[in-house]
Design a protein around this ligand. Structure first.
Ligand code: PLP
Length: 368
């Protein structure tokens, strides 16, 4: 029996092959590999998709976060609040900016930052916070923005996993001051290599990020800021432009797969299914279940050819890289419990009903 991967990028390519080959060929022929016409065209289309005014393509999602922090002037002496159960990049960029990452625990049901958690962690040194829309589910942004306004801090959304997610009818990317997206290949919108974008409705911030990503340039050899080289490659923009045309359809397919898992796995009382935030539109970058017997289930599914993952096993406050921040075991019980109990199961738009049924059957066989 053929194995079922966690994510199947080959199946996606097979479905769009001729169109993709033509888009790549067009770039090879015109040879404007840096800042070619596909870059600004993709930026406009991605801004339209996000329902934001501006999108600026950058080299990857980590740089999108770093450039957003830089544009807000975050640096040494500042504290930036984020959650303990995210990919390391969210906190890494705070440290590389010279600021101090401050972690908060998450809601046990939807796994994201809460307004109460944010509020309690704010000090006079807090400059900004980075709520993450983890697994494709929006954080409670209306409530978070209310706290941010009252306490005069800036908000950067980490939407690396949440292209097209919405909260209270408003798309992610329209809540915070700036929003970072990743187009890492396995993300809901993925390049064929590294790529990312910053979106915003603030023209000044957009212009600053646009300069920073390209050596702080205002003209070919005139540099307003000390910037970086983190442009979006023309080839990746051409690839992303093709895929963007399918993103709504793919997100709808992910939501349909999630509904099938919900119905079938709901039969197993020993499993906890992913919680949903009221008012949210989840785009299921990942479908994450929980069980006390996670290690055994993981082994059982792997043995049966089913791709699984853990996002993420070690919360950031317990990472060796953040040892110097002085956190310890017990500081963030929800994040710690999630690290021990979560399991990501196959989730991608092209997964067939038969494959979903096989995943469900294998999980059922473990219990039975
Ligand atoms: C993928 C990811 C990033 C980093 O994106 P890259 O493009 O890999 O640099 C940041 N935050 C979260 C939550 C992610 O999932």
């Amino acid at each position: 029996m053929r194995s079922i991967p966690l994510v199947d990028l080959k199946a996606q390519y097979a479905a769009i092959r001729p169109e993709m080959r033509a888009a790549i060929d067009a770039v090879l022929e015109h040879a404007q590999f840096i800042n070619g016409p596909e870059v600004s065209d993709f930026e406009q289309r991605f801004a339209a998709f996000c329902e934001t005014e501006f999108a600026v393509g950058v080299g990857n999602g980590t740089d999108a976060l770093a450039l957003a922090l830089n544009a807000l002037g975050v640096g040494p002496g500042d504290e930036v609040i984020t959650t303990a159960n995210t990919f390391i990049a969210t906190a890494e960029v705070i440290a590389t900016a010279g600021a101090t990452p401050v972690f908060v625990d998450v809601d046990p049901h939807h796994f994201n930052m809460t307004a109460e958690g944010l509020s309690a962690a704010i000090t006079p040194r807090t400059k900004a916070a980075i709520p993450v829309h983890l697994y494709g589910q929006p954080a409670p942004m209306a409530e978070i923005m209310e706290v941010a306004r009252q306490r005069s801090i800036k908000i950067i959304e980490d939407a690396a996993q949440a292209h097209g997610a919405e909260y209270q009818g408003k798309r992610v990317g329209n809540w915070g001051d700036l929003t970072a997206f990743s187009f890492y290949p396995a993300k809901n919108l993925g390049a064929y290599g590294d790529a990312g974008a910053v979106v915003t409705n603030d023209g000044e911030l957009a212009a600053t990020v646009r300069m920073l990503r390209d050596h702080g340039r205002t003209d070919k050899y005139l540099h307003e800021y000390v910037g970086v080289n983190s442009r979006l490659d023309t080839l990746q923009a051409a690839i992303l432009r093709v895929k963007l045309g399918y993103l709504e359809e793919w997100n709808a397919a992910r939501r349909a797969v999630a509904a099938k898992y919900d119905a079938a796995l709901g039969e197993f009382p020993w499993l906890t299914l992913p919680g949903r935030i009221p008012g949210g539109r989840h785009v299921y970058h990942l479908y994450v279940i929980q069980t006390d017997r996670r290690e055994e289930l993981r082994q059982h599914l792997s043995d049966n050819g089913i791709g699984v993952g853990i996002h993420y096993p070690v919360p950031l406050h317990l990472q060796p890289a953040f040892r110097s921040l002085g956190y310890g075991l017990g500081d963030f019980p929800v994040a710690e419990r999630l690290g021990d109990s979560i399991l990501s199961i196959p989730m991608y738009p092209e997964i067939s009903d038969a494959q979903v049924a096989r995943v469900v059957q294998a999980i059922g066989a473990f219990a039975g």
